[in-house]
Design a protein around this ligand. Structure first.
Ligand code: TYD
Ligand code: MG
Length: 459
């Protein structure tokens, strides 16, 4: 190694931004304390293998007229015999696509990716594991049940060997668990470093596109960001599916973050059982309260997530602040939005919540983005504040503006239909909501502003 110069650079583990110097804050994505130092090349010849492996991607192809492309061979989808997963993928797995399955450790990534071959014995699957031994995978497969006669297990972490073996075996699908344990000899650096993770993914992408084999790649997300997370890879891969919520509850939410072949932000709900993940096809039923007796601090929101309507229980707890500074905490709901809603309640309806602790929680570990949840949050806060339960057959769907006005939200018809299907009798909405084309026997209550809502709920 005489004369070889080790060159290092700093990479952001959040977004993969490269910088020659260490910085406390990543200039590209603004994250703090995410820059890590990594070797990028050693000596003069070190660049060659890295660039040659990049060159392999797309090698031998020629430009063709778009009209001459036979879309059927590429666009063909493989059904995975799991309706929710197929829906998330946009109607099945596309041949030659690279799917990144992300989530925190212990949430169920390995379980789900092993269930795919077990439920699809018609597909030959090469399951590469860099985390567990062949024995451990076998034990898990026995626990999950199913037919694994067509599934190959390969315990390996060297990317070159994996791709060479996959080319020889020509499976219908390749599963790689996980990207953080894989390494390619094209670059230096420990497995899990930004350069390794990125290059391994690029090599897998090259293999997927060249051979037409769909690849499912597992990636861990950690909160402290010491391991290069799937964020770095989002722009390389075709589809990103990510587990949300916490891994303590029974329900696991899988969300499509990106999908080159279908709509993103779709959500699928799974239940973790003693023998694997089970699809939940009617998730609204889990997210609304099981109890009939009225509890204060509960409001039901009719939201749309992705392309699906859900009814979800919003829980609020308002209590006198135990310490001088009142606490505001929201789980599954935007904290800043909660602060704004509380300010609106104070200024526009005269509720003094300044000396109160306010906690908000969404049922089932769900993270709600739909602003239609606003009115349910405010109603739950008021219900907890007065300790007056709301009727259990009432739900809400409206956004709240800064001047306290109740604003209409889109797709009212689908929200109302879902509410009716689940047995709700009354829905509160904006007085400006368009109800054209809505045919439903459910009673609608049109509300103009926050003060009007208080009058109608607690008169
Ligand atoms: P796992 O799929 O290994 O998570 P990841 O690969 O995302 O790190 O494990 C998920 C958790 O689920 C683990 O704590 C054990 C539990 N589990 C079940 O409850 N039932 C099962 O059938 C299996 C296989 C795992
Ligand atoms: Mg795992």
């Amino acid at each position: 190694m005489a004369g070889a110069k080790i060159k290092t650079a700093f990479f952001c583990t959040e977004c993969g931004n490269e910088s020659p110097k260490w910085m406390g804050q990543c200039p590209a994505c603004g994250a703090w304390n995410t820059m890590v130092e990594e070797k990028v090349a050693t000596g003069a010849g070190a660049k060659a293998p890295a660039s040659s492996s990049f060159r392999r991607v797309g090698s031998g192809s020629e430009p063709v007229k778009l009209s001459q492309v036979n879309a059927h061979s590429e666009g063909e989808r493989i059904s995975l015999n799991m309706s929710e997963l197929d829906r998330l993928l946009g109607g099945g797995l596309v041949r030659g696509s690279l799917v990144l399955l992300g989530g925190e450790p212990g949430i169920g990534k390995s379980t789900l990716s092993l269930q795919i071959p077990l439920m699809n014995p018609q597909l030959s699957v090469l399951y590469v594991t860099g985390e567990e031994s062949v024995n451990q995978v076998k034990m898990r497969a026995d626990r999950l049940g199913g037919d694994y006669s067509n599934c190959y297990i390969y315990s390996e972490t060297c990317m070159e060997d994996i791709i060479a073996y996959a080319k020889k075996l020509k499976p219908d699908m390749l599963v790689v668990d996980s990207v953080q344990t894989m390494a390619t000899s094209a670059v230096d650096g420990a497995p899990g470093s930004v350069t390794q993770v990125r290059l391994c993914t690029t090599e897998l992408l090259g293999f997927a596109k060249e051979s037409g084999t769909p690849v499912i790649l597992i990636g861990h997300i950690t909160k402290e960001g010491s391991i290069a997370g799937p964020k770095v890879l989002e722009h390389i891969v075709d589809v990103v599916l990510q587990f949300e919520g916490d891994n303590r509850g029974a329900y696991r939410l899988l969300r499509g973050i990106k999908n080159r072949f279908g709509s993103c932000s779709e959500l699928a709900v799974f239940e973790m059982t003693g023998n694997g993940l089970r699809e939940v096809t009617n998730p609204s039923q889990l997210l609304i309260p099981m109890h009939d007796e009225g509890l204060s601090g509960v409001g039901i929101a009719a939201i749309i997530d992705g392309t699906r309507p859900f009814l979800i229980e919003t829980q609020a707890l308002v209590s006198s602040a135990a310490y001088g500074t009142p606490q505001r905490s929201a789980t599954g709901f935007d904290q800043r939005r909660l602060n704004m809603l509380l300010a609106v309640l104070e200024r526009r309806a005269g509720f003094k919540l300044g000396q109160k602790d306010v906690f908000i929680n969404m049922a089932g570990g769900m993270r709600v983005m739909d602003p239609a949840c606003d009115m349910a949050v405010i109603s739950a806060v008021l219900s907890s504040n007065f300790d007056l339960p709301l009727p259990s057959d009432v739900c809400f769907a409206a956004e709240i503006g800064l001047s306290g006005e109740i604003r209409p939200v889109g797709q009212m018809e689908r929200r109302i239909t879902e509410a009716e299907r689940l047995g709700f009798k009354k829905i509160y909405l904006s007085k400006y909501a368009s109800l054209e084309g809505v045919h439903s026997s459910i009673e609608t209550v049109q509300v103009g502003d926050v003060a009007d809502l208080v009058r109608k709920l607690f008169r």
